[in-house]
Design a protein around this ligand. Structure first.
Ligand SMILES: Cc1ncc(COP(=O)(O)O)c(C=O)c1O
Ligand SMILES: [Zn+2]
Length: 433
């Protein structure tokens, strides 16, 4: 089959205020209507739904290039087809040389022992996509790689506001774990300075890895003068206001993270086909589940999306209920204040990577739940613990409790699922303990 020949993304549009942004606009990180104090805007990519005909290549950013917004962006700012492919290959090589691992499709296999244990039949079962050997040890680098490609394309086309590599503004991120490691890994590969804002409770292991990667680590304590909200995010936004480039995995701070994350969904559909009935995705800030949802929509497939949180922090499930009560889950952008606000009590769970008190990228997740007849799932802590135990004893994947939290969602609603259904989990992060 001949691969699709043209970029399919046509532009960006805010799901809250409707503002359109030209695909040729460089550094289009946030909606032009968003301000330092009002981040309740969400730029989304607008695409044509066309036949799904990827290139054959082990690197997902090459294989699915036509479906990625960076391909449309590169073309719109004057880069040739060859230049666009070359930039991706070059950046991937830099990552590989620095870390020994480049971007490559991740494996998905039927988890036979786990499927048996949970009562699935031979024709159904649980398929696990393993992201633990991806660049940086989690799915996060996929989101960040399209942010990086966007920046380098901007430079190559001569439309960056800085004049030379030496004048590059620093990258900045706020994260306590995998996203910070993935961002610092890509930054190290590019020798691009990065400022990482971490909380006072960041783990020693994470801090050591970040230090080895050469990140400028800023431990953020709450200041008396701070408004409510995560002090790491506040300091991150201050750096960005001072000229740093947002380089994190929240679509509300840099929409380009919502591009590369979609490669996971496309790989799933290409590898195990359209008969997938459900996908369980663990939700923290929400970019991951948002991307799984939009990847399916972009190629017209609709397995049920289950967005999994834990009982110790479930702002998305609460937003879903409020959205349903105020007009439905779809197009809830203008109901942001009525639906999504920070979790009031101290978030807690063994799955400590999904304790974001606010699901920043909730809008595309709710749209995908509505489109696929899916649901939010709140897993009990007992199921989070059991999921991690099952994952570690019945698969050979060295997954963290955050990375196996989708399984906790499956355990939570196991009785709703038929034994012959084909269910997908994404083990998203390695256990560093
Ligand atoms: C391993 C792992 N899985 C899933 C998530 C959730 O991703 P998101 O914050 O995009 O919802 C995270 C986030 O930190 C993570 O580290
Ligand atoms: Zn907007």
């Amino acid at each position: 089959m001949t691969p699709w020949a043209e970029p399919v993304v046509t532009g960006l549009q805010c799901a809250v205020c409707g503002q359109q942004v030209d695909i040729a606009q460089p550094l289009s990180f946030v909606c032009p209507q968003a301000t330092q104090d009002d981040r309740h805007h969400e730029l989304q990519f607008v695409s044509e739904v066309v036949p799904f005909r990827p290139f054959e290549d082990p690197n997902p950013f090459i294989a699915f290039r036509r479906y990625l917004a960076i391909d449309a962006f590169g073309a719109a700012i004057g880069l040739s087809d060859g230049d666009r492919e070359q930039i991706i290959r070059e950046l991937n090589l830099a990552v590989m040389v620095t870390t020994g691992v480049g971007f490559s499709r991740t494996p998905i296999t039927r988890a036979d022992a786990l499927s048996d244990e949970l009562g699935f039949s031979a024709t159904g079962g649980i398929w696990i996509k393993d992201e633990t050997h991806n660049v940086g040890g989690s799915q996060k680098a996929r989101h960040l790689f399209t942010e990086l490609i966007h920046l380098v394309m901007t430079e190559r086309a001569g439309v960056a506001p800085w004049k030379s590599v030496a004048d590059r503004p620093p990258l900045a991120i706020s994260s306590c774990g995998n996203a910070a490691i993935a961002a610092s890994t890509l930054a190290a590969a590019m020798k691009w300075p990065i400022i990482v804002h971490v909380p006072t409770f960041a783990s020693e292991t994470v801090l050591r890895i970040l230090k080895d990667l050469g990140a400028d680590i800023r431990v953020c304590e709450r200041r008396e003068s701070d408004p409510p909200g995560d002090p790491c995010v506040l300091r991150f936004r201050e750096e960005v206001a001072n000229g740093a480039i947002p380089f994190g995995v929240q679509g509300t701070e840099n929409a380009w993270c919502l591009d590369g994350g979609r490669t996971i969904g496309w790989e799933i559909i290409q590898d195990i086909g359209h008969r997938t009935s459900r996908v369980f995705v663990q939700v923290g800030g929400g970019a991951f589940a948002a991307c799984i949802g939009t990847s399916f929509q972009s190629i017209g497939v609709h397995p049920k999306l289950h967005a999994v949180q834990t009982e110790g922090c479930a702002p998305l499930a609460r937003a879903y209920e409020h959205a349903m009560a105020t007009g439905g889950a779809r197009n809830a952008g203008q109901r942001w204040n009525e639906c999504m606000w920070a979790w009031e009590t101290e978030p807690w769970s063994l799955a400590d990577g999904i304790l974001d008190d606010e699901t920043y990228d909730w809008l595309p997740i709710l749209d995908a739940i509505a489109d696929t007849d899916g649901s939010p799932v709140v897993a009990t802590e007992a199921n989070v613990v059991r999921a991690h135990e099952l994952a570690r004893s019945l698969t050979d994947i060295h997954v963290s409790a955050t990375g196996s939290a989708g399984l906790a969602g499956l355990l939570q609603i196991r009785e709703e699922i038929q034994p012959d259904e084909k269910v997908v989990l994404i083990f998203s992060g390695i256990d560093r303990d």
